[in-house]
Design a protein around this ligand. Sequence first.
Ligand code: BGC
Length: 773
Amino acid sequence: MKLKVVVCFALVLALVDLPVLARVSAPKTPQHSQSNDRRVDQLLSQMTIEEKVGQLNQLFYFTQFMKPEMIEPGIREGKIGSLLFVTDPAIINRFQKVAVENSRLKIPLLFGFDVIHGFRTVFPVPLAMASSWDPALVEQAQGIAAKEARAVGVRWTFAPMVDIARDPRWGRIVEGAGEDPFLGARIAAAHVRGFQGGDPSSPGRLLACMKHFAGYGAGTGGRDYDSAYIADAELYNVYLPPFKAAVDAGVGSVMSAYMNLNDVPATGNAFLLRDVLRKEWGFKGFVVSDADSVGNLVTHGFAEDKADAAYRALTAGVDMEMSLPGNQIANAYATSLTKLVQEGRVSKGQLDEAVRRVLEAKFKLRLFENPYVDESQVATIHNNPEHRRLARVAAQRSMVLLRNEGNVLPLVKDDPKVSSLAVIGPLADSKRDIRGSWSFVDDVKSAVTVLEGIRAKVGSAVKVEYAPGVDIRRAYPSIFDLITGPRPAAWSEAQKQAEFEKALTLARSSDVVIMALGEHEEMSGEAASQSTIDLPGRQLELLKAIAALGKPVVLVLINGRPLEISWAASNIPAILEAWHPGSEGGNAVTDVLYGDATPGGKLPVTWPRSTAQIPIYYAHNITQEPETKKNFTSRYWDIPSSPLYPFGHGLSYTTFSFSNLRVSKPEVRVGESTEVLVDVENTGRRAGEEVAQVYIHQRYGSASRPVRELKGFERVALAPGAKRTVRFTLSKAELTYWSGAAKKWVQEPAVFDLWVGTDSRAPLTTTLRVVGR
Ligand code: BGC
């Protein structure tokens, strides 16, 4: 949510005078028995051009800065079709009443909000949810988020973000499912199913909105909003599959992205919005712009002026315009579309097409029948303890055990050798940061920190003390400070030294040290790109100083992107990646540290050794100097080529073995399917879960294919000693790719290498031959 000019918001609104629409005779209420198409036709035939334009206008409403009276006249006059950021059910009902009782055509408003990873109950951030490699869990979590949001009257979420991200400097990597199109597609579909269920109008469900269409994650240098240059082959093979999966899962709406794609801004990009989305994929829902991305067509040096921007966006396929806070009355659509239609530059048919899609969504959501929300139900729905329970399970399942040298973990609860624990680090007791970005409406006081989780777990027998040690902060403030409030003042130089010393003293006097390092919630997310992936502030210095004391140290990371932890990876025996784990994060971290839950999450991203390796992702093409070559040294002469941790990596408290890899039909014809089977066995002494992963490589073809590509996975739970055969289907879909030479989707006769195992470096291999028909 771009809040650039929100400060002068109230002022702008106070100065604006909305012209009053001419009164026209009241319409007949549409017949409920008619099909939605008929109802839309009927309504369209009664609407003035201004009322049609109003349906395409979406405004922000912030309770913090605004008064209902500021926008009620606009609703009454039919100039507003949708509102976002209203989360107070009483205000939602109040606005809705104006729309359905006092506006001429009585068209209900559609209320949207960024329900990204929870609403009242905060679930782990999306990158963490993807680390679970558990689509059913994602679906369940978003089902709860939907219920909680729907309880207040929100009907539409601006999620899931399905942008592939291969540059961890990009702050929004936290909002997606990481670097891989196959995992990304499976997770994208799960989000959609979770939000919408079978029908987004049914109780407790929301309309989903896949975003940001398309290529936003490929911004140059990992800088937010920066131009993306993506060749067709990469666009089709890497960036688009999660979007396509969301469309196939029935997603109801799409948000166009902010940035330039190959020099054409995504919001004015007819190739994306018409050719791909509608013609190739047959998408039937509606498209909303990102906040002010229509107006920004001028800023991009693409449209001549606001009217031209409205023309370009609408004709490219953007149906609804999301305003920029503080600038809403000057929206491109609101100010220019009527005139563009009157002048004939935009045809009535083009306008109707966009309005039709918005009205269809409102009918499908049954907003005409049920415009209001039952305020009396909110507390019951929000206080359901089952939601917190699932948030805890989701957090446990999202965590990735990066290192566990000498089986330092799990810690033992009643260890006679441990009578004191030091919990150290700026993230160890921060309720705000355990939740992660886009947490605006939860009860932050009830979020559980790592310190609280540990205290609750170990009881009074162990002395648990805390010291933050260092203060971390952004060099430039976050756009979200306006909503979440700024951080307390920075420490003075003297305080910095004293706190650092205090942490060392505490560690010195404790038997075990648990450090929680990482990032504040606003250090990743929108407008939160970073030039390096270093641990912010003096955290590394603190870690080194504490490690030098010779105490057992466990490192817990609370963050939204892979960070440079190379030193820790060889000096700190146990490292648990918790991401921003949500409301129950502290409890879940402690469950994992003490073995009440066994870690089973896997990295949805390749973890670089340092910023210098970026971009680094596992599914790269093979160069003339392959890493597998005997005398291969490194792709750079000063650093290794391998990442710190490979894509798919994640340890457990038990061990697994993979064996007996076989293919049901080792030779198939183009178009035929085959099965890949492997035995997975829990060879350790604890129950645990392993994610079996299948990778393929097409050896030759009309275009080069990546060294490995994920094409199947399954998270399997196994008791100690248990063995299970896991089966994966490789069908036409998995063996097809978009060829940059043929300029289309192809499945080619070729030999494929297959690997199955615990991560993207799995050694167990076999081959599959695909022959021509
Ligand atoms: C973000 C979107 C978000 C919208 C509404 C924009 O700045 O890019 O992801 O849905 O704001 O909050």
